[in-house]
Design a protein around this ligand. Structure first.
Ligand SMILES: Cc1ncc(COP(=O)(O)O)c(C=O)c1O
Length: 394
């Protein structure tokens, strides 16, 4: 008889779950869905328009354009900013691949600059150096710089905006993980020429399906995004340029409208959880076993992500054995993805010349995101922190 493979231990505290939130909001969500059913309007109707107004007010921007998902939001904003064949876009390698995918979908090339270890976002000095290198090496213009506000914490925007201004390159924020985040420079989504948000269900503000949004303070830019969202068309059956169908549906708009009023409280709760983790884990940080994330006031903790310089994967397995989930966002930085390989020049001997981005590589090897969602109880947070302590002290 074969030895049966032991069943994995049950997950007691998942890294993420929507079950409690969806159950608690069931009446509001049902009401929103009923409203759409009764209206008979399923695409480009009053729910989308109302969501755009509410989201623009919440983010402090003039224009918000709802769309199908965060990848489309980036793609739309990049296209409207002029990214396309014969241009390049500068971004961070330490992000979900959609940031880079959206750039490549426009036909533009990707130029990477390394990250600042403390923010996990674009390093301003590396960004300036990459802009200089690009200008010296290539004739292609830079169409945009795309900082990513990873984990709900903002990139170091003041100096990044200064670099962009000096180079006369627009900034498009990838704010997919940062609805409601703030920084001394201002709120996420209100700082560059435009920004892209995702309402993927796991995000701080998540749809019950797919959704995204472009924000901008520039009315002409907004008009172009609206056209691109519907096959390049502002007037029925007249197409000014090539766009595609990137519309949000009314059901998702209604559900997001139902959830938006709760977002500030959810983000506050995420900050509380982060503070509780920080207090519980401080001794491990003092002992040099982990590095805790910075907690600037406007962080919205889409993730609470520690660094474990030594033995991250074993620690993760030991936590799992105690029933505590965790995730690695992201194990392979964008510049090392197989999808990028053929874009790099060949070296003598045939190997590809992969860009040198040591901080992104180091982050990918060290990061671990602990359980984080607003409905976690204090006891659960304490238990997750205790499991990490036990795993590190084993
Ligand atoms: C940083 C970042 N950029 C872009 C995206 C793409 O958003 P979506 O999945 O809605 O297309 C995501 C989320 O998935 C993301 O985390």
């Amino acid at each position: 008889m074969n030895n049966p493979v032991p069943a994995p231990p049950p997950i007691v505290i998942p890294q993420f779950s929507l079950a409690r939130q969806t159950a608690a909001l069931r009446p509001q969500l049902t009401q929103a869905m009923e409203r759409v059913l009764a209206s008979g309007r399923f695409v480009q109707g009053p729910e989308t328009e109302a969501l755009e107004k509410k989201a623009a007010a919440a983010l402090g921007v003039h224009e918000a354009i709802a769309c199908a998902n965060g990848t489309d939001a980036l793609h739309l904003a990049l296209r409207a900013a002029g990214a396309g064949p014969g241009t390049a876009v500068l971004t961070t390698p330490f992000t979900f691949f959609a940031t880079v995918g959206a750039i490549l979908l426009t036909g533009a090339e990707v130029e990477f600059a390394d990250i600042t270890p403390g923010t996990f976002g674009l390093d301003p000095a590396q960004t300036a150096a990459a802009v200089r290198r690009h200008k010296a090496r290539r004739s292609t213009p830079l169409a945009a710089i795309v900082p990513v506000h990873l984990y709900g914490g903002m990139a170091d925007m003041e100096p990044i905006l200064a670099v962009a201004r000096a180079a006369r390159v627009p900034v498009i924020e990838d704010a997919a993980q940062a609805f409601g985040a703030r920084s001394p420079a201002g709120g996420a989504g209100a700082l560059g020429l435009a920004a892209a948000f995702s309402f993927y269900p796991t995000k701080n503000l998540g749809a019950l399906g797919e959704g995204g949004m472009v924000t901008t303070g520039d009315a002409r830019f907004a008009t172009r995004v609206r056209a691109l969202r519907t096959h390049g068309s502002l007037h029925r059956y007249r197409h000014e340029e090539l766009g595609w169908n990137a519309r949000m549906d009314e059901m998702q708009a209604a559900l997001l409208r139902a959830k938006l009023p709760y977002l500030s409280a959810w983000n506050r709760r995420r900050r509380q959880i982060a503070a509780q983790y920080a207090e519980a884990l401080e001794p491990l940080a003092a002992a040099g076993k982990i590095v805790l994330p910075a907690r600037p006031a406007g962080h919205v903790f889409h993730q609470y992500t520690v660094r474990i310089p030594d033995g991250r994967d074993q620690v993760r397995a030991a936590m799992l054995a105690q029933g505590i989930g965790s995730e690695i966002y992201y194990p392979i930085p964008a510049h090392r993805q197989p999808a990028m390989r053929q874009r790099y020049p060949r070296l003598p001997g045939g190997r590809r010349q992969i860009p040198q981005l040591p901080e992104a590589d180091r982050a990918a090897a060290e990061v671990l995101s602990l359980p984080m969602f607003p409905e976690l109880t204090d006891e659960e947070v304490a238990r997750a922190a205790a499991a990490l302590r036990a795993a590190l002290e084993a």
